[in-house]
Design a protein around this ligand. Structure first.
Ligand SMILES: Nc1ncnc2c1ncn2[C@@H]1O[C@H](COP(=O)(O)OP(=O)(O)OP(=O)(O)O)[C@@H](O)[C@H]1O
Length: 917
């Protein structure tokens, strides 16, 4: 505190006001509704909103790395699934999950931040992508799916919205809310995904191969990327489904080259068995050379990860470990955290430090930044000129003029284009997995350029002028002036065709002729950078794609790869022309409506509609208001995979489809044992299905995933989640089930004795406790109650065999607990915490009074009282007879209305009660 003594009055007042404001600030922080920090993360701003929570941009304080913080309500039924699978993935084209923070009501996922936003937005802003970009992105997406499949996981909700773009423009697969494990040749039944991306077998509600439905969705993605619209879409959801099942998509040869058509038609084969495997996809000519590179990269990563023991072995990791150790950090704890995929703060720290280290390592490669600098130099050198003069110079009634104007206009209107752009740069790395990135470095540098232009609007006119004058000078030395001028402009501003549509549309608006040639600085820089043959291939491809007339002549030299790209220039040209055509105008509005406005209805309600329109006659009711496609999950698991659970157990809009197969319902009813959903849902005659749904939620405990997760540390941090907390007291007749309970009790420590009263009885009780009053005795209990050593057990038995008290009454109930009561504990009021799932306490008491009153319970000597610590509930009691056996007294006690008579079958099951010798 500040010393106020000896200061002047003014000083004292000043100091007081400082203290006051500081206090108020702190108070404000405490009382503010606005969340500014979560764990080690400082929330910067909201960047999105999902179905179950908001998405924030945040800063990891220790490393100053930007992350994406995705919140989810704990009652989001997919959140556990999402985290469970997502944390397993470590792949360049899958968003990295750094850390999971569980708070009272929310789960926070710290994810790799992807500033490029969704591929959906990117496509929407560009209408359609160039074939080059399609190949590149699609190879990355396919690689990510191949990786997930190789980890025996199916995504089941592949769509443009679930693919993000990182700062280098690379695709990152995300949103694993519908993911599940899937072995080969297993079939699934849960209908989930987004209608327009759903495979026919899903629409038809057949059992399906999870891998094959992902392949289908990839087909939809590729088609949409190339054409700008979905292959199967209609205002009417029913029609859409009908198309998916019965129609072939339209292949417009102006947009879709033959090899792309070949790939798409294979991916969208109605018969799942005819769809290709992912290695086949990645080897397809249309995706070359990207596909092969990604395939190699993926297989290398998989091989490395499967061989195990690869973590903490790289130079960077070892260096980092050393540094942390020197700083006094417990590196062993970090290692454990990573190896067990705990997703805790240590994992977060390590993974973000690693990411930082990798970034720094990549910075050691100066080539790309040099090229950026050189481009900047061009700008800077030109800034010395008078802007007005330059503008006059540039704005001549010539082709150059129109181009310059187009550029300036593009730059002016480019703010939204740029925000959806995939910005900055691709990094280089020693890692072979980064070869691809290096291959694409030219694209990146160009992207950097366009990004920098757009992100600094005041400089854009300068930039425009510099570029114009730069290429003007180039023009003089080039015999083919038209082409060279255009080339320069195109290469700089519309580098990899990702930004092509804006400039093209502008050119069209201004009546300019389409580009004739795209050779020039961009191509030159590609050539200088090419060292590996593969890279040369990519570079050549890019050059060829960027070339117009000359491309066709040169194609032969590049074999299949280039052959597949022949159509690209035509497509580009056609785009210029067609954009003015009515169809494209219509298409423009229909792109946004087709992609962004698809029915949000849940699957089952759609099916009801479907069944009503069985005789589809083309007469369609007015199109519903549509939004972008939403993911759906509408059906619960099959019998084999009871780990499946529904997302929307509480979804009031849920309706049962009339097309649901009766067998489905029957299946659900067979294993129904619990029902907790709202009863009104039962009234529609399909109650069994709902029962099934709820059962599935609970029955996750016995699923494959459950089994795999039991030893998994993630559940350390999820025990508070309501969706997975089971209150067994809710149903008196419900006995603890091994399959349910141990799941979340496993990692809890032995809570031990809570308090030690100073009374004699207290001491005795304590001693009794020490001697193993509460111990486990069967193999079933190991996940509920921590083992007490065998010596303690022996002590315990010895104590009773001395005949001092009751003859060692010990109950064994389903192996959960044993209770021993000593006569000396007759008035014992100790409270013993027993480690069970519900954190029950046992309070041994003797209560002969009660027994006498009952008079129908001979030999009853003891009352074991208990309560749940976690719930803070009242004591409840059970009776023990002198043999230590619990008589069937529950009903009598309840009749008696005694307050100590509550029967708690969860703890002491009468049927299983038996004396332990
Ligand atoms: N890693 C990320 N980096 C940057 N932005 C992200 C990231 N993850 C999500 N976002 C943004 O947040 C928004 C919502 O995220 P997301 O779609 O994953 O939420 P969701 O709950 O899964 O939504 P839904 O269930 O509707 O698909 C997205 O539009 C996306 O732009």
């Amino acid at each position: 505190m500040v010393n106020l003594i000896g200061s002047s009055r003014v000083e004292q007042n000043n100091i007081k006001s400082i203290i006051g404001s500081s206090y108020n600030r702190l108070y404000g922080q405490f009382t503010s509704d606005e969340l500014t920090e979560v764990g080690n993360y400082k929330i910067l701003k909201q960047i999105g909103e999902g179905s179950f929570g908001k998405v924030y941009l945040a800063l990891h304080r220790p490393t100053h790395r930007k992350v994406c913080l995705k919140t989810s309500d704990k009652n989001d039924p997919n959140i556990v699934r999402e985290v469970f699978y997502h944390r397993q993935f470590d792949f360049p084209y899958i968003t990295k999950l750094y850390e999971v923070i569980v708070t009272e009501s929310k789960v926070w996922m710290a994810l790799e931040y992807c500033p490029g936003k969704e591929l959906y937005d990117h496509l929407l802003s560009l209408r359609r992508l160039s074939l080059l970009e399609c190949g590149e992105l699609f190879a990355q997406i396919s690689g990510a799916v191949y990786y997930a499949h190789s980890m025996h996981c199916v995504h089941r909700d592949l769509k443009l919205e679930n693919i993000l773009l990182d700062r280098n423009g690379n695709a990152k697969l995300t949103d694993f809310g519908f993911t599940r494990e899937c072995m080969t040749k297993t079939t699934l039944e849960t209908v989930c995904g987004t209608t327009v991306y759903m495979a026919p077998e899903l629409i038809e509600r057949k059992t399906y191969d999870g891998f094959k439905i992902d392949i289908w969705s990839l087909g939809v993605i590729l088609y949409t990327l190339i054409t700008g619209y979905l292959p199967f879409d209609d205002d009417d959801e029913v029609k859409t489904k009908w198309k998916i099942v019965n129609e072939e998509p339209k292949y417009d040869s102006k947009f879709i080259p033959d090899d792309a058509k070949d790939l798409i038609s294979r991916l969208l084969a109605k018969n799942p068995g005819e769809r290709p495997s992912l290695p086949q996809v990645l080897r397809h000519p249309f995706l070359q050379p990207y596909g092969s590179v990604v395939l190699d990269q993926t297989e290398k990563i998989l091989c490395r990860q499967r061989s195990g023991g690869t973590q903490f072995k790289s130079k960077l990791e070892r260096r980092l470990l050393k540094r942390l150790k020197r700083s006094g950090v417990d590196t062993q704890a970090i290692k454990q955290s990573i190896l067990k995929k705990k997703c805790d703060s240590l994992s977060g720290l390590w993974l973000l430090l690693l990411a930082q280290g990798k970034k720094q390592e990549n910075c050691k490669y100066p080539k790309r930044s040099r090229s950026v600098l050189s481009v900047k130099k061009v700008i800077e050198s030109a800034t010395h000129n008078d802007i007005n003069n330059l503008t006059d110079d540039v704005l001549k009634p010539s082709l150059e003029l129109s181009r310059a104007t187009s550029l300036s206009k593009m730059l002016n209107k480019g703010s939204d284009i740029v925000t959806s752009m995939t910005p900055i740069s691709r990094k280089k790395s020693k890692d072979s997995s980064k070869i691809l990135h290096r291959n694409f470095s030219t694209i990146s540098s160009q992207r950097v350029y366009s990004h920098s232009i757009a992100s600094s609007p005041p400089k854009s006119s300068n930039f425009l002028q510099k570029v114009s004058s730069f290429f003007k000078s180039k023009k003089n030395s080039n015999s083919n002036s038209n082409s060279s001028i255009h080339t320069g402009v195109s290469n700089v501003l519309v580098p990899n065709n990702r930004r092509a549509p804006p400039s093209e549309s502008f050119l069209r608006k201004n009546g300019s002729s389409p580009p004739k040639s795209r050779t020039g600085t961009g191509t030159a820089s590609l050539k200088t950078n090419s060292k590996e043959s593969l890279r040369k291939n990519v570079v050549s491809t890019i050059a060829l794609r960027d070339t117009n007339n000359t491309t066709l002549d040169s194609n032969k030299a590049y074999g299949n790869t280039v052959e597949s790209l022949k159509i690209a220039p035509d497509v580009l040209l056609n785009e210029h022309i067609r954009i003015e055509e009515p169809r494209l105008k219509r298409f423009k509005s229909s792109v946004s409506s087709e992609i962004s406005q698809t029915s949000t209805g849940n699957y089952d309600s759609e099916s009801v509609e479907n069944s009503r329109s069985i005789s589809f006659d083309g007469k369609v009711s007015p199109p519903p208001i549509r939004t972008r496609p939403l993911s759906e999950i509408s059906q619960i698991s099959n019998d084999t995979y009871i780990s499946e659970y529904s997302t929307d157990g509480n979804n009031s809009s849920f309706k049962i489809s009339e097309t649901v197969k009766p067998s489905y319902i029957r299946k659900g009813s067979e294993t129904t044992s619990q029902y907790s959903a709202s009863s009104e849902k039962m009234t529609n005659g399909y109650g069994r299905k709902f029962v099934r749904r709820d059962l599935s939620i609970i029955s996750t405990a016995s699923s494959t995933s459950e089994r795999s997760s039991r030893t998994d540390s993630f559940y350390d941090i999820t025990t508070a989640a309501p969706a997975i907390t089971i209150d067994n007291r809710a149903n008196k007749n419900n006995k603890l089930k091994e399959s349910v309970l141990p799941r979340f009790g496993t990692q809890r420590p032995w809570t031990g004795k809570r308090s030690y009263p100073t009374t004699r009885h207290g001491k005795n009780a304590r001693r009794s406790s020490k001697r193993g009053l509460f111990k486990i005795s069967s193999s079933n209990t190991d996940s509920i109650i921590q083992e007490v050593s065998s010596s303690e057990e022996e002590d315990h038995n010895a104590l009773y065999s001395e005949g001092k008290g009751l003859p060692a009454p010990v109950l064994q109930t389903k192996g959960f607990i044993e209770i021993g009561l000593n006569e000396q504990d007759e008035e014992g009021d100790d409270e013993y915490a027993i480690h069970t799932d519900g954190e029950f306490s046992i309070k041994p008491q003797f209560s002969d009074d009660v027994i006498d009153k009952q008079n129908r319970l001979p030999c009853v000597k003891a009352v074991a009282t208990k309560r749940s610590l976690s719930e803070g509930s009242n004591w409840s009691s059970s009776y023990l007879d002198s043999e230590g056996v619990r008589p069937r007294i529950s009903s009598m006690l309840e009749e008696d209305g005694g307050d100590s008579a509550a029967y708690v079958p969860d703890i002491i099951g009468d049927k299983e009660a038996k004396r332990v010798p």
